[in-house]
Every structure is written in structure tokens, then in C-alpha cells.
Ligand binder design. Structure first.
Ligand SMILES: [Zn+2]
Length: 106
């Protein structure tokens, strides 16, 4: 049987388990800094979030959550937070994801 193993990860915001490629990685670049890692290839401790804006906003709105998930030693730097928010703004919202038509062009 061709049961391919698909790597799965859990979103740290909504706790949904998804295929890794449907999530976006955030990487801890050192003990005090994090950044979005859309390629998933950067070295360092990583955490995963859904590719949708709500999860990012939820995690960024609650101080300490991302720090806990990534075992940061200090609070998220304002600059890192700003960059993550900027990245989140490029993601589709949940409504956009759900209403994406599945090519039903009749
Ligand atoms: Zn999520």
C-alpha cells in the first residue's frame, strides 16, 4: 500500500494538527530572537502556526505564549514582534481560506 508518511505538526495557537506544509514555522534564532521561517529550513528551535492570520494574531496578542513555545529567555523583542505581525498580515484570514473555491468552474 502506498501510505506515504506525511510529517505533521501542531499549531501552537489553535492546537490543530496539520501536515507540516500547511503550517508556517517560527524559528528561535538565538535565546532572545525569533523570526518567521516560511522555508522551514532555518536552524534552531521551531514552532508551527497555521498558514492563517487568526492563529498568528492570537499568539502575538498574548504575551508569553510564543516565548513559552520557543523557550525564549526574554520577552519577544518589539522589533521581532513587529516583523511577525508584518508577516501575519500577508497571510489569508480563516474566512478567505474556507471560501477559496476548489476550482468548480462549470
Ligand atoms: Zn492554528
Amino acid at each position: 500500500m502506498g501510505t506515504k508518511h506525511i510529517p505533521q505538526r501542531t499549531c501552537i495557537a489553535c492546537r490543530t494538527v496539520r501536515a507540516k506544509r500547511d503550517l508556517v514555522r517560527i524559528v528561535r534564532t538565538d535565546a532572545h530572537h525569533v523570526q518567521a521561517d516560511p522555508t522551514g529550513k532555518k536552524a534552531g528551535r521551531g514552532a508551527y502556526l497555521c498558514r492563517q492570520r487568526e492563529c498568528w494574531e492570537s499568539i502575538l496578542q498574548t504575551p508569553g505564549r510564543l516565548e513559552n513555545a520557543l523557550k525564549l529567555e526574554t520577552a519577544l523583542a518589539a522589533q521581532d514582534l513587529a516583523q511577525l505581525r508584518e508577516f501575519a498580515a500577508t497571510l489569508p484570514t480563516r474566512a478567505q481560506v474556507q471560501t477559496t473555491p476548489t476550482n468548480t468552474t462549470k
